[in-house]
Ligand binder design. Structure first.
Ligand SMILES: [Zn+2]
Length: 982
């Protein structure tokens, strides 16, 4: 810790405290936070006699107990010990308490009065505690320092230890890092052996946590090489990006790199952008990377990727924030605020997790969306041109940048696999392997298998880059020994990962290894990632979906319900979320098992029924709250429980009504979970899972220009959005290939056809795609996916109506069919009459989902859009329509179907953005940098720095002399307010 820690004012942090009258315990974040400044709270300094209490004492005290009881007793003891002042390895364990979820414990590790780490442990099987369980662990903050993140990430690999022994083990490792060291830090040492590495680890000490104030006293002198900054700015401009300098007081500054979202749309399909976050193209804005933590030093990296000696001595500690700005850079105040948000997010999180039920998670999650949602709800608000908005991918990208970027640069600059240097993908693989095996990069590369993995990563990416435009790579293009343009490199890396976001886990950032293609950012199969994604709400915002995609939420719940009730629900299942559920009803169990007794599928030739899943006879262990662990149930029990939980949920329309209830100004928005306290928590979590596990993007179509034409209005239409640029790219490539080889395909590149399937299959189809898994209808005409030219065929023969409908559904779907785009090469299909049977999955793109529904009690079902007479042929004359191949007409019964140009609306959106887009001019600060006058002009010549000898000033008095207009008058544009704020 640097000595500057003391300078941190508690006053500023107090402002952040969110009102929390529900925090009754003495460890509320509010009081504890006050405690970091003044000893006013009930948490006292540790008395001498308890200061030596160790985790081991606590670990053995309840040895006579087992399972859940033992766990609870250990938690309680730990809590009390903590209250009295629990010290381990000269660190203090603070605020230990149960988390919002069963089996979850949260605590903080403080060192010298500062919070070093916030940790949350989740016991995998409390019934197996303390001999056969795992602790999952993560830090419920935004991004702990990478070294700490590693230590926390390592907890699940511990043997089954009692709670406090596990905590102690983790703390001892943290303490190892904290030991003072004279050696200066290295990001990562390629040739270090285990011991050396540990010796070096401690050197990466933790100014990260100090950096939540721009404290002028921290910056003794300005050490900016103006020439280098000018050169890097010019390179950024040459690469098509906008550089920005924001002076924030003292000698401290922030840098930004940005690009307009509309120009990103040249390389990332607009459809994908909109799928990832509706806001990306909803107005003109810039994707902006904000870099802080320079501590007055530039450049901060040597050519080898290590910090420069000057950056070392000034404890430069770079941090990255990602957001959207209307202008090319955020305003001064907003930028400072965004950098502080690291603390803010943690505070919100902390509060969220102290609330004893999960609506806290809601607040926390909505943090990112709050401003945007609020804007939408209240209509247009005066827009702040300097704002820096988070968007759906901000947190994930930030955590990636902060965790890995500098390490990757270092690896790329220091590891050579002749004749090449490492690309991003290889460096990422190498980094992941060193972390996983706890060995040096050298050792990893000496292992033939791992070496191949590293090499393969780059090969795959090269291949990918052919169909998927990736941003240029400054490290590849530059000479090994040349300077590193850090802001440019960071921004290019950010855009690369944004482009590829569907290929990586949003939580752990490792490549997702799934058989099917995900259409929007998703999580890998690790339980820990699933837990954070669903339970901690890192996935899509549930509130947003309920408010804006009401019928999609209804549809998803209905599909899951029917799949569960009709005994079809299988992968994916809501496992790993720690669901505590009421035990399955035995009458239902018998009913559902009977359904299984008559497997229709087995009759289909060539289809081998999967082996029946094992029946778990002991399942249904009930705890004192009459709940059992979902993950331990067998598949039949899971299906029964899922059906039962969904039927307890209120209708989605009612949820929406509840969320839009007007609240008094300043009051917390109504939480979903307050609707009905009798609904088990697991039901709400299941709802979140139903939404967040849906990897396709669905949107109900209601506007004329979107609707498939001449379809009976009782049929509700949804658009399937493909969020993975790669799927779209492959389809396009297949179309182009087809055009070359087939004249008809050249004229009519695509055809459309229907694919029907019983309602119970759609839960899985929507998540996995149609492809091949769909065997329920046999393969009479060959292997492949079956399509009908007449929607009625799909509907009547294949989309059999379901009788198991979720009772609170407003939509009440009975059957579904997909309208799919197919490359128009029927001669190359497996079969084309009576059905199209297509074997190449990259020839298919699902565009629409048509949903048939039942009215309750004979009610009219035509409440869709109030469109014209359903019986009449209605094809819009004003909307551009897809030119369909006359040889492949599309119909539902007698009605000829017409399809609006799929890109039409999106094109309009993109055009609107392009037309209103205007690059704003550089402000004075940036002009000065680009023209090379910022750091030299008003200095006396003797003080002029050179490239090799930057000026370094020691005394405060000199500061004004160094940076021209560092904090000068109104001419300095939006950055000029800095002085007043210091
Ligand atoms: Zn993951």
């Amino acid at each position: 810790m640097s000595s500057s820690t003391k300078a941190k004012l508690p006053a500023e942090r107090e402002v952040i405290v969110v009102d929390s009258d529900s925090d009754e315990d003495a460890y509320s974040s509010k009081r504890a936070r006050a405690n970091t400044g003044h000893a006013t709270s009930t948490v006292k300094q540790a008395p001498a006699n308890t200061a030596t209490m160790s985790g081991a004492n606590l670990a053995t005290k309840n040895a006579h107990l087992k399972g859940r009881q033992r766990f609870k007793a250990d938690v309680e003891d730990a809590r009390i010990a903590c209250q009295q002042g629990l010290h381990m390895h000269s660190m203090q364990i603070c605020k230990l308490r149960e988390g919002g979820d069963e089996g979850q414990i949260e605590f903080q590790v403080h060192s010298r009065g500062n919070c070093l780490v916030k940790a949350s442990f989740l016991v995998s099987e409390s019934s197996e505690y303390p001999s056969n369980h795992t602790f999952y662990a993560f830090s419920p903050g935004d991004t702990p320092h990478s070294k700490y993140a590693e230590i926390i990430g390592d907890v699940p690999s511990y043997p089954s230890l009692p709670l406090m022994s596990a905590v102690e083990r983790m703390v001892s490792k943290l303490a190892g890092l904290q030991a003072p060291s004279s050696s200066q830090q290295q990001v990562l040492l390629p040739r270090a052996n285990e011991d050396e590495e540990e010796a070096n680890e401690d050197s990466e000490n933790d100014d990260y946590f100090d950096y939540d104030e721009f404290d002028a006293s921290q910056n003794i002198g300005s050490s900016v090489k103006g020439n280098d900054l000018q050169r890097d700015f010019i390179e950024m401009v040459a690469s098509g990006y906008r550089p920005g300098l924001i002076k924030v007081g003292g000698n401290e500054f922030l840098l930004t790199a940005s690009v307009s979202v509309i120009s990103l749309a040249n390389s990332i399909p607009p459809r994908a952008l909109v799928t990832w976050d509706h806001h990306l193209l909803s107005s003109s804005q810039h994707l902006t990377l904000l870099i802080s933590g320079f501590n007055g030093v530039y450049p901060s990296l040597n050519a080898d990727g290590k910090k420069t000696p000057l950056a070392e001595s000034k404890t430069t500690n770079l941090k990255f924030s990602v957001g959207l700005c209307p202008q090319y850079k955020p305003g001064n105040e907003q930028a400072r605020e965004a950098c502080r948000n690291f603390g803010l997010v943690e505070d919100r999180l902390e509060r969220a997790t102290t609330v004893p039920n999960i609506h806290g998670h809601q607040d926390m999650h909505n943090y990112a969306n709050i401003s945007m949602d609020a804007m939408r709800e209240k209509g247009p608000e005066p827009k702040d041109p300097g704002r820096f908005d988070k968007f759906a991918l901000s947190s994930s990208l930030e955590s990636l940048m902060n965790r890995s970027f500098l390490k990757l640069v270092y690896l790329r600059r220091n590891v050579r696999l002749e004749p090449k240097t490492l690309g991003w993908a290889a460096a990422e693989t190498l980094l992941a392997l060193t972390e996983k095996t706890q060995s040096s990069p050298q050792d990893v590369l000496e292992n033939e298998i791992m070496l191949q993995q590293v090499l393969d990563a780059d090969r795959r990416e090269e291949k990918l880059a052919r169909s998927n435009p990736l941003p240029h790579d400054p490290l590849r293009d530059s000479q090994a020994g040349s300077h590193i343009n850090m802001p440019l490199t960071a921004f290019c890396y950010l855009i690369r990962r944004l482009t590829l976001c569907t290929r990586y886990c949003t939580v752990c950032h490792n490549p997702i290894d799934l058989e099917y293609e995900v259409l929007r950012p998703y999580v890998c199969s690790s339980n820990l990632c699933a837990y954070q994604y669903y339970v901690m709400g890192w996935g899509p915002s549930l509130e947003y979906e309920i408010l804006h995609n009401t019928s999609v939420v209804d549809l998803l719940l209905s599909l899951t319900y029917t799949a569960a009730r009709e005994n079809q629900l299988s992968d994916p299942l809501p496992i790993g979320l720690g669901l505590q559920v009421p035990p399955p009803d035995s009458a239902r169990m018998a009913q559902i098992q009977k359904l299984q007794a008559a497997p229709r599928l087995a009759l289909v030739p060539g289809y081998a029924a999967p082996p029946a899943p094992p029946v778990n006879h002991k399942a249904g262990i009930v705890d004192e709250h009459r709940l059992c662990e979902f993950d331990k149930l067998d598949i039949w029990q899971m299906r029964v429980v899922i059906g039962d939980l969904i039927s307890l949920l209120p209708s989605v329309n009612n949820m929406k009504r509840h969320l839009t209830t007007k609240t008094q100004l300043g009051k917390i928005k109504p939480a979903l979970y307050d609707m009905d306290p009798t609904i088990p928590k697991a039901a709400w979590l299941l709802l979140r899972w139903c939404i967040a596990s849906c990897t396709a993007d669905l949107e109900e179509l209601v506007q004329e220009e979107d609707l498939v034409q001449n379809v009976d209005p009782v049929i509700r239409q949804f658009r399937f959005s493909v969020g993975a640029p790669d799927a779209e790219a492959k389809f396009k490539a297949a179309v182009e290939e087809g055009k070359k080889t087939d004249a008809n395909c050249n004229t009519y590149p695509i055809l459309y056809a229907f694919h029907g399937s019983p309602l119970k299959n759609w839960h899985s189809i929507i998540r996995h795609g149609l492809w091949y898994k769909e065997v329920a209808h046999g393969r009479a005409y060959g292997n492949g996916v079956y399509f009908a030219k007449d929607g009625n065929v799909s509907m009547s023969r294949y989309a059999r109506s379901s009788s198991e409908i979720w009772k609170n559904s407003n939509l009440r779907p009975t059957s579904c069919m997909a309208l799919t785009e197919i490359v128009n090469l029927p001669n190359k299909f497996v079969s084309q009459t009576p059905y199209y049977v297509v074997q190449h999955t990259e020839w298919l793109l699902c565009r629409y989902l048509l949903v048939m529904r039942t009215g309750s009690n004979g009610q009219s079902m035509t409440g869709m859009t109030g469109g014209p007479d359903p019986a009449g042929n209605r094809v819009s004359a004003t909307i551009p329509l897809v030119r369909l191949d006359p040889r492949a007409t599309l119909q539902i019964g007698l009605n000829k179907i017409a399809i609006p140009e799929p890109g039409y609306k999106l094109e309009k959106l993109v055009k609107a953005r392009a037309s209103e887009f205007k690059e704003d001019d550089n402000d004075k600060d940036d002009k000065d940098v680009l023209e090379g006058i910022a750091w030299a002009a008003s200095q006396p010549p003797s003080r002029m720095g050179t490239r090799d000898r930057p000026i370094e000033l020691i005394e405060d008095d000199d500061i004004e002399m160094v940076g021209v207009n560092w904090a000068s008058g109104p001419g300095a544009g939006q950055a000029s307010t800095s002085r007043a704020l210091v």
